[in-house]
Design a protein around this ligand. Structure first.
Ligand code: FBP
Length: 355
């Protein structure tokens, strides 16, 4: 408009969703969940951006919950918990969604590891898994974090008792109806797909609304960045090792020398990969993390669903489609790779070669 304020013509997420379900009535039942997620993400965004301030205020309080076993201030746990509460309340507010917080501890590959609190939400039609604050360990240093979610069909046969629901949620990513994430960084960006195009919305802090900034987002066919935790390289398999050696030497398919970028916050690393292209990977590390570090159900699977619908690809360590992999347990981890289609094809040749 003439005064330079085009807010009236901008497409907010709320408006976008109401139009989307008008055009695609089969997704009508998802609108409530998505609106609740966007509400919660706005609040979590504001909590995350104030976490340093919360530190100085809470530093002298006597709440034992704020300290870990060494007596060190432990605001990470607090922010984790707060985000879970915010999401739970937002979903409850819909009046149609109920929740389960599965026991964090179960027999796992790494029983001593901190198990993040995943949230399972359900209504008459859907079963959703939500990771309220991935990478929360980073937030004290003001490094980016994210919320991740994936939604499955509940299916008529599933009973309402907790065990049946927890069993029913163990589905491969290709069964998702919707998935997405919200990145809390220099900007807050919510990216999601309802199984066709991918859309990205940026939170405008002035009006506290998510506005459409990435319409039909597609990943570049090729990138020149790889992203992984190099400190695990002694335990990596040969395929991934050789692939990276060639990228570093400029002897891969493109003959271009690749750069390394690793934030250590999955949502940030994968969001960058979506926009700039390249490869993100958390492979197995024979010495320390035999299944990598990313839980399939509520971290890598929803992210893979987004990458796939943006034109990218996600694989496990055998080169098989990650979206076909069904978790056997809620917190099960799996090695994973995702990124630009051409980079993934190149990597696949290394992964499928016999060791
Ligand atoms: P938390 O949610 O427990 O912080 O762990 C998840 C995560 O931080 C991912 O965001 C990230 O990709 C990965 O762990 C990093 O693992 P590593 O520190 O081994 O590189």
């Amino acid at each position: 408009s003439r005064n330079g304020d085009n807010s009236a013509s901008r497409i907010t997420l709320t408006r976008f969703l109401s139009q989307y379900v008008k055009d695609h009535p089969e997704f009508e039942d998802l609108e409530n969940i998505l609106l609740a997620v966007q509400m919660a993400c706005k609040t979590i965004s504001s909590l995350v951006s104030r976490s340093g301030l919360a530190y100085s205020i809470q530093n002298d309080d006597t709440d034992a919950d704020n300290y870990n076993s060494d007596g060190r201030f432990y605001s990470m746990k607090r922010l984790d918990k707060l985000s879970t509460t915010v999401l739970k309340n937002a979903l409850k507010f819909t009046g149609t969604v109920q929740m389960i917080v599965p026991e964090a501890l179960e027999t796992s590959e790494e029983p001593d590891q901190h198990q993040p609190g995943v949230l399972i939400a359900y209504d008459a039609h859907n079963l959703a898994c939500l990771d309220p604050l991935d990478g929360s360990g980073n937030s004290d240093a003001s490094i980016c974090t994210g919320t991740v979610f994936g939604v499955f069909k509940r299916g008529n046969t599933v009973d309402f008792d907790e065990d049946s629901l927890l069993e029913a949620v163990l589905q491969p990513g290709n069964k998702m109806r919707a998935a997405g994430y919200c990145l809390y960084s220099s900007a807050t960006v919510l990216v999601f797909t309802l199984g066709s195009s991918v859309y990205g919305f940026t939170l405008d802090p002035q009006i506290q609304e998510f506005v459409l900034t990435h319409d039909k987002l597609t990943i570049p066919k090729r990138g020149n960045v790889y992203s992984c935790n190099e400190a695990n390289s002694e335990g990596w398999k040969n395929g991934w090792k050789e692939y990276l050696r060639n990228l570093k030497l400029g002897q891969g398919e493109t003959k271009e020398k690749y750069a390394l970028r690793y934030v250590g916050s999955m949502v940030g690393d994968i969001h960058r990969t979506l926009l700039y292209g390249g490869v993100f990977g958390y492979p197995s590390d024979r010495l320390h993390r035999p299944q990598g570090n990313l839980q399939l159900l509520y971290k890598s699977s929803p992210m893979a669903f987004v990458v796939h619908h943006a034109g990218g690809k996600a694989m496990d360590e055998s080169g098989a489609d990650l979206l076909d992999k069904r978790p056997e347990r809620i917190h099960q981890k799996s090695p994973c790779f995702m990124g630009s289609p051409d980079d993934m094809e190149e990597l696949k040749r290394y992964l499928t070669r016999l060791e």
